[in-house]
Design a protein around this ligand. Structure first.
Ligand SMILES: Cc1cn([C@H]2C[C@H](O)[C@@H](COP(=O)(O)OP(=O)(O)O[C@H]3O[C@@H](C)C(=O)[C@@H](O)[C@H]3O)O2)c(=O)[nH]c1=O
Length: 182
């Protein structure tokens, strides 16, 4: 696994080389030892799988508030997506900045989002599938959301937005005195 940094501290890309032969491939998704430089002794509490039917659909932006703030590692295992991290750590030099990356079943990249960053993505084709690894379980009461189209973040989604869930559409826009998450 080769770990790349981005302009947002703690937001990393993990590149991996699959073992290929005439049967297909074998690829490592998580290795505590190899990811030690990101987080020593990382404990994965939950793993989730989602499918998104329609190209252009946006899910997000989501995070969990403390005490259940979590690190997430996400991969696209079918199709391709535009994946986004937004920095919500108020003392960070990149507060409210975002980083986007194309993840696909083909490029096998994983995106690491640390505690205090929101996550969202857009399906770049129909029937995409995502795998998530989480260092915290899901806590409904710690659910945090931002609008995918918040002008204070101004994410440039690559294609026309087709579907957004009702819950995500009913999220409030950021106020002027927004204090962040961490
Ligand atoms: C996120 C989540 C949802 N759920 C339930 C709640 C709800 O009834 C149903 C669907 O939830 P949502 O509509 O929030 O699903 P979705 O919009 O796909 O939420 C996901 O979005 C992306 C961007 C992320 O980063 C993920 O961590 C997750 O928040 O699944 C769980 O049981 N466990 C979970 O970890």
């Amino acid at each position: 696994m080769i770990i790349e940094n981005t302009e947002i501290d703690g937001v990393n890309i993990i590149n991996s080389e699959p073992f290929c032969d005439n049967r297909g491939f074998f690829n490592r998704i998580f290795c505590q030892e190899e990811l030690r430089e990101i987080r020593p002794n990382m404990v994965i509490e939950q793993m989730n799988h989602s499918m998104t039917r329609l190209k252009g659909t946006v899910r997000g932006l989501h995070f969990q508030y403390p005490p259940h703030a979590e690190l997430k590692i996400v991969r696209c295992v079918k199709g391709s997506i535009f994946d986004v991290a937004v920095d919500l750590r108020k003392n960070s030099p990149t507060f409210l900045k975002w980083h986007g990356e194309i993840l696909s079943a083909e490029n096998m990249k994983a995106f690491v989002l640390p505690e205090g960053c929101a996550h969202g993505f857009q399906a770049l084709e129909d029937d995409i599938e995502m795998i998530y690894l989480h260092t915290e379980s899901h806590f409904k009461e710690s659910d945090g959301r931002l609008r995918y189209d918040d002008p204070k973040i101004n994410i440039k989604w690559p294609i026309e937005v087709t579907i957004v869930s009702e819950k995500d559409m009913s999220t409030a826009f950021i106020k002027n005195d927004y204090g962040g998450v961490l």
